[in-house]
Structures are given as C-alpha cells and as structure tokens.
Design a protein around this ligand. Structure first.
Ligand code: UDP
Ligand code: MG
Length: 325
C-alpha cells in the first residue's frame, strides 16, 4: 500500500519567538516518520500566517524556499485561529490523504501524531488529540475550560472533552467540512457533526515554548459565547423562562402590596419599588442582549463573506524529489 501523504497545518499569529524551534522540531519529526515509511515522502508542514504583524511571514518564507518539507500560506489579514486553520486545511486537502492541525507553540505532544497515523491507517477518518492532564495550564484556565465544557454539554452541544484543535482528519472528512457553509465556524462543534469513524488519542499538554498566549480572557469569553450561540438556542429559551418566573413573582408582590393598601398599613416600600425596577430592567437587558447576539449571527451569515483571503500561496512550491500528490 502507498504510504499516505500527510500535511501538518500550523496556524501562526505573531509567533516569531517560537517558529525557529517549531520549524526544526516538526521537520525532524516529519523526516523521521518518512524514514520509517509511516508516511509518504511528499508529506509537508504548512504554516499559515494569519496576518501577523511581526516577522512571522519572513521566517516562514525563508523556510519554504529552502525546498524542504516546509510550506507557507499567507493570509491577507488576521482572521483568527479557527479561520486560519480552515484556510490551511482547505488549501492542503487536494494534495494530501490526511491533515493534522496543531498550534505553533507546540504545547501538544508532537509524538502523538505517530498514533494519529496508525489510527488513520486502521480506517479512522477523524482522530482527536485529547489532553489527559492539564496541570501546565493555569488554575484559572483549567477551571474556566472545565466550566465551558459542562455548560456546552448542558446546552446540548456535543464537544469532545479536553480536545483543542489538535486532530487528524482524512481528506474525505475535510471535504465534508467544506460543505458546512456557515461563516461562524466553531470547528470543535462542527467536526463531531460530520460523523464517520472517529477515535481519540490521549496525551499530556505542555507549556508554551515561547511567546505569549494569543487567547487572553477577553478572547476566551468571546470564543465561548460564539460557541454557545452558534450551536444552541437554549439561552434564548432560558430568558423566556426567567421572564415568565419574574412576571409571576411580580404579580405576587403586586397583590401583596395591594392587599396591604386595602386591609393593612398603607406604607408602601420605596425599596421594593426600586429593586423591582432594577430587576425588570436587568432582565430586559439580558433578553435584549441575547436576542441581539442571535440577530448578529443571522446578519453575519446573510452576508456570506469569505472566511479568509489568501495573499501568497507557497504550497505548490516544489522540489524534484518531493512529488506532489
Ligand atoms: N492564532 C492564530 N490567529 C489568531 C490567534 C491565534 O492563528 O488570531 C494561532 C496561534 O499562533 C497559535 C494557535 O492559534 O498557533 C493557538 O493560540 P495560543 O497558543 O495563543 O492559544 P492557547 O494555547 O493559549 O489557547
Ligand atoms: Mg497555545
């Protein structure tokens, strides 16, 4: 049997600090796999520059023209991790039998890719890398991530627990992924929807090699909200329920104060008045905000904007002994 052509896709945003190390580690690893005939010699690593402002693209370009196994794809602007990843996957799929996505900081154990390939050869179309332990993440990141998974599950969104975007997908799986046309693509939620034979491989996540996280709290919250609202309408139903409850409660309050007025003392409380104003106002704002969230989604979807724009594509850059599949 022919060995599969693998493309490792690495989205990069301002990663000049880690890239030199990442180039070497991934290249050595890929060569090792090729030597052992695990994968085809035409396999490569595709670095996607997600509109970085530092030296990232220059580094990628220089590595690409060396003619070894590294290739680059430059996006015209910053489109975020998920879309940069998609750009890489879609560009790579026609020249690959399978693709593996991994972050540039190599927090995920690259040795695990060997198991990915074994599973792929066994016939699995999607292989998830799952973090067994998270003790290198900060306490805050760990608990917030855990809360996120629990919340998502409650909302009926099926996510693979402790799986980030470290995964193998077959060419077929990526082709299916391409048929999902929504512009707000939350990969971890979509990939399980594709179906096919899937499995997981466990590993320990390490600390970032260098540089800083590109996911500060603000982005993490936005990511979580996006994930929830693109997959579930439960929040909007919840607001409706809260609305009903608060209506019922205020009805009770109202009748209580009315009965006081007629049968007891007439001192109506200023406190109860002001609190109920705030309560109702708050509820209305929450509701409005949520509705706005969904309308915003609809607005974005109706525009059908491209998810990314490619500036320079070095994927086809060839060398005689690397046969493009
Ligand atoms: N990334 C990207 N575009 C962005 C932000 C991040 O391509 O707008 C890349 C980044 O270079 C890295 C990956 O996405 O390869 C994950 O980012 P990071 O490691 O900072 O996230 P964390 O591991 O801290 O969640
Ligand atoms: Mg990281």
């Amino acid at each position: 049997m022919e060995e599969p052509v693998l493309t490792i896709v690495v989205p990069c945003y301002n990663e000049e600090d880690v890239l030199p190390v990442t180039f070497n580690k991934l290249k050595e690893f890929l060569k090792g796999m090729i030597r052992r005939n695990d994968i085809s010699g035409a396999s490569r690593i595709l670095f996607v520059d997600d509109g970085s402002k530092d030296d990232t693209w220059n580094l990628i370009y220089k590595e690409s023209i060396k003619g070894e196994h590294i290739r680059g794809l430059k996006l015209a602007r910053n489109v975020g991790h998920q879309n940069a990843l998609l750009a890489g996957l879609f560009s790579a799929k026609d020249r690959s039998d399978c693709v593996i996505s991994i972050d540039a900081d190599l927090q995920d154990d690259i040795e695990v890719m060997r198991e990915f390939i074994v599973k792929f050869k066994e016939g699995y179309e999607v292989v998830y890398g799952v973090r067994a332990k998270r003790d290198t993440d900060s306490f805050f990141k760990r608990t917030s991530a855990e809360g996120f998974y629990k919340l998502m599950r409650k909302m009926g969104v099926n996510l693979v627990y402790n799986h980030a975007d470290y995964r193998l997908m077959s060419k077929r799986a990526v082709q299916e992924l391409e048929r999902y046309q929504e512009s707000n693509l939350f990969l971890r939620g979509i990939v399980p929807l594709i179906g096919f034979q899937t499995t997981s491989v466990f590993y320990d996540r390490k600390e970032r090699l260098a540089g800083e996280t590109k996911y500060p709290l603000k982005k993490m919250l936005a990511f979580a909200l996006d994930g929830i609202t693109s997959f579930s309408v439960t929040p909007i139903r919840l607001v409706l329920l809260i609305g009903f409850i608060s209506f019922f409660v205020s009805f009770l309050f109202g009748s209580y104060f009315l009965s006081l007025k007629f049968f007891g003392e007439t001192e109506t409380g200023w406190t109860s008045l002001i609190t109920s104003i705030w309560l109702i106002g708050g509820l209305q704002l929450i509701g409005l905000g949520l509705v706005g969230e969904y309308i915003g989604k609809i607005y974005k979807e109706t525009k059908r904007r491209p998810k990314y724009n490619v500036d320079i594509d070095l994927l086809s850059l060839g060398r005689p002994d690397i046969v493009d599949a």
